[in-house]
Design a protein around this ligand. Structure first.
Ligand code: FE
Length: 202
């Protein structure tokens, strides 16, 4: 059973799994012997969380904004289109990209645990794993989004996509008005992680 199967022995048990306990023990010993700097690991995780992951997704979005043919490929076969930019692999083997429009807003959740597109967004934020987010995203997405700062008018349809071990979703936000003069690289800089999860608009 892989780490992301939604089985009885899924990937969010409360007690440490044997492998986690073993890793923790090894880390403790190596740290005590001065052979391992926990700060290094923290910096790797930090980089993955704040730079590497969402930046990749932002590059995908910006490319789709400036290249209609790429956008079509992205919405048809996201995994292949994302691979064109060099991103893919575990936790992103089967990607689906859903596009926001003036009438439709897409929201991504994993109701069962925390499935998330690692190659394009990095590690999920803590709130993404919280039971409150996972349940309310389905039960009352409009109220949840409003609380998170995204007020949608009642005539905007909200589509909620439930991630799984098999399929991971990425939201293609609308390109903001007034960005016609920006280069593709500059556009990358305005795409946020939250917009690609669908809890924010740009
Ligand atoms: Fe999950």
């Amino acid at each position: 059973m892989s780490e992301h199967d939604h089985g009885d022995r899924g990937h969010h048990p409360e007690p440490l799994a044997p492998v986690e306990a073993r890793v923790a023990a090894i880390e403790t010993v190596l740290t005590a012997k001065g052979m391992f700097d926990p700060g290094t690991l923290d910096s790797i995780v930090e980089n993955f969380e704040h730079n590497l992951g969402p930046l990749n997704g932002a590059k995908v979005v910006a490319r789709a904004w400036v290249d209609d043919e790429y956008r079509d490929r992205l919405l048809t076969d996201a995994t292949a289109a994302i691979a064109e930019l060099g991103f893919g692999g575990p936790e992103g083997d089967h990607m689906v990209v859903v596009a926001n429009t003036p009438d439709v807003h897409n929201l991504v959740v994993c109701t069962l645990c925390s499935c998330y597109p690692w190659p394009t967004l990095g590690l999920p934020p803590a709130w993404y794993k919280e039971p409150a987010y996972r349940s309310r995203a389905v039960r009352e997405p409009r109220a949840l989004l409003a609380e998170m700062g995204t007020d949608l008018s009642d005539d905007v349809e909200i589509r909620v996509w439930d991630s799984s071990a098999e399929v991971r979703y990425l939201v293609l936000p609308e390109r903001p008005a007034g960005t016609d003069g920006l280069s593709q690289d500059e556009l990358v800089g305005i795409v946020t992680r939250d917009a690609m999860i669908g809890v924010a608009r740009l």
